[in-house]
Write a protein that binds this ligand. Structure first.
Ligand code: 13P
Ligand code: 13P
Ligand code: MG
Ligand code: MG
Length: 369
C-alpha cells in the first residue's frame, strides 16, 4: 500500500503582527486534525515557522484527496475562529474561501503532496519557510540535485549517477498549470536559466531518472495570483526524500548555509537572505529575516518518528550570524535598488496608486538638439 505525505500550511493569525501563531491556535488546529482525522490519516505532525502553521499528515489516500484537504481546511477554519476570539492580527489571513469545495489548492493554503511505496526505511525532510515565496527553494534544490560541488553522491553513488528530472512551473500562468520537464545533467544550463527567475519559475517536483521515483515536491501556488491582490506571501513548504536513491540529508541541507537572497522580507516587498532556524522559530527584525525550518523524520507503515531538528545544531550558529550580517548590509540601503523588489513584484497597492498619480504630473519636453 502506498503512503502519501501531505503538508498543508496556512497563516490564520498571529501575535504582535506577523510574528507567530498563539499557543491556543496551534492546539486548536492540531486537536481538530487528531479528533476528526482518526479514520482518515495514519499520523499528523503540526509545527509553526514564523506566523505559519503547517499540518504534515501521513495517509494512504493519494494526493488531492478531498477528505484530507477538507480536514486541514476545516482545522484552519476552526483555528480562525480562535484567532478572531483572541483578537490575533490577520485572523484567517490565508483562507480565501469561507467553505471547502473539493480541493484546498487555490483556496489560500500552501500544499505539497508526495506518494510512494515506503522503502524499508523512509527518511525525509520537510521544510517550511516564512516571509518568502516558492522560488526560494530553487537554488538549494538545484545545488542538492544537480551540482556535485554540493551533492557528492552525484559522483560517488551509482544510484544517483543518471541524474534527476526537474519539473518546473511557470507560476505566473494562472489559467492552468504551465510546466516544463528538464533533465540534469544534460539540460543544466536550461534549468539554471529558468530557476534564476524565482518569481516566475518554481521547481514543482524532482524525480530520480534511473528509478522514476519522486524525490521532492514543493508548494507552487502564488497567493497573489489567486487573490489578485496582496494578501500575504506564499511562504512555501517542501518535502524531500533523502538517502538511497536520493541525496543524503546533509547534501540537501548544505546549500542552506549560503543564506541566499530571496524575495518576501517586510510587506512581501523586499529581498533578504534566507536564514535556517530551529523548529517553531518566530520572525523579528524587519518582519524577518526570511526563515526556513527543516523537520527530519522517518515514516514507517504510515507512522512518523519524532522529528529531528537539523538546523538546531552548533554548526548553524556562525551561519546565522553571517546571514544576519547579510540582512543588515542590504537593509542599510533601505528602499533603494535591489533592497526592494522590482516594481512589477511590489505586492502593495499603495505604490501602484502613487505611481498613477505621478504619471499624470510628468511633462513631455521636446529634445533640444
Ligand atoms: P506573511 O506573508 O508571513 O503573513 O507576512 C506578510 C508581511 O507583509 C510581513 O511584513
Ligand atoms: P497593516 O496595513 O495592517 O499594517 O498590514 C501591513 C502588513 O500586513 C505588512 O506587515
Ligand atoms: Mg501573516
Ligand atoms: Mg507567513
Amino acid at each position: 500500500m502506498k503512503t502519501t505525505l501531505s503538508v498543508i500550511k496556512a497563516d490564520i493569525g498571529s501575535i504582535g503582527g506577523h510574528i507567530k501563531p498563539s499557543r491556543a491556535l496551534l492546539e486548536t488546529v492540531e486537536g481538530y486534525v487528531r479528533e476528526n482525522g482518526r479514520d482518515l490519516i495514519s499520523d499528523v505532525y503540526v509545527s509553526y515557522t514564523g506566523d505559519d502553521i503547517a499540518i504534515l499528515m501521513a495517509h494512504h489516500r493519494g494526493p488531492n484527496d478531498a477528505d484530507v484537504h477538507k480536514l486541514a481546511f476545516e482545522a484552519f477554519m476552526k483555528g480562525t475562529q480562535v484567532a478572531k476570539a483572541q483578537g490575533l492580527y490577520g485572523a484567517g489571513q490565508d483562507l480565501l474561501k469561507d467553505a471547502f469545495s473539493g480541493n484546498v489548492r487555490g483556496m489560500g493554503p500552501m500544499v505539497a503532496e508526495i506518494e510512494f511505496e515506503e522503502r524499508p526505511n523512509e527518511p525525509f525532510l520537510f521544510f517550511a519557510a516564512d516571509k518568502t515565496s516558492p522560488g526560494a527553494y530553487n537554488l538549494p534544490l538545484y545545488l542538492a540535485f544537480a551540482d556535485p560541488m554540493f551533492c557528492s553522491g552525484l559522483i560517488l553513488s551509482p544510484k544517483l549517477g543518471k541524474g534527476f528530472k526537474f519539473v518546473i512551473m511557470d507560476v505566473n500562468y494562472t489559467e492552468a498549470d504551465r510546466i516544463i520537464e528538464l533533465n540534469a545533467p544534460e539540460d543544466l544550463y536550461d534549468i539554471a536559466a529558468l530557476l534564476r527567475d524565482t518569481e516566475r519559475f518554481s521547481i514543482e517536483a524532482i524525480y530520480n531518472r534511473a528509478t522514476g521515483e519522486q524525490a521532492a515536491v514543493v508548494s507552487t501556488s502564488r497567493l497573489r495570483n489567486i487573490a489578485g491582490k496582496y494578501v500575504g506571501k506564499d511562504d512555501p513548504v517542501m518535502i524531500v526524500r533523502v538517502q538511497g536513491d536520493f541525496p543524503a540529508a546533509g547534501e540537501m541541507l548544505a546549500p542552506f548555509a549560503i543564506g541566499h537572497y530571496v524575495a518576501g522580507f517586510m510587506r512581501g516587498s523586499h529581498n533578504g537572505p534566507l536564514m535556517p532556524v530551529p523548529h517553531n522559530t518566530h520572525v523579528s527584525y524587519f518582519d524577518g529575516p526570511p526563515i526556513v525550518t527543516c523537520h527530519a523524520l522517518c515514516v514507517h507503515n504510515g507512522k512518523f518518528t519524532e522529528a529531528a531538528d537539523p538546523f538546531d545544531h552548533p554548526f548553524w550558529r556562525s551561519v546565522q550570524d553571517r546571514i544576519a550580517e547579510k540582512a543588515l548590509e542590504l537593509r542599510r540601503q533601505g528602499f533603494f535598488g535591489p533592497a526592494m523588489l522590482p516594481y512589477e513584484e511590489l505586492e502593495y497597492g499603495g505604490i501602484v496608486e502613487r505611481m498613477k498619480d505621478l504619471e499624470k504630473r510628468f511633462q513631455i519636453r521636446p529634445h533640444t538638439e
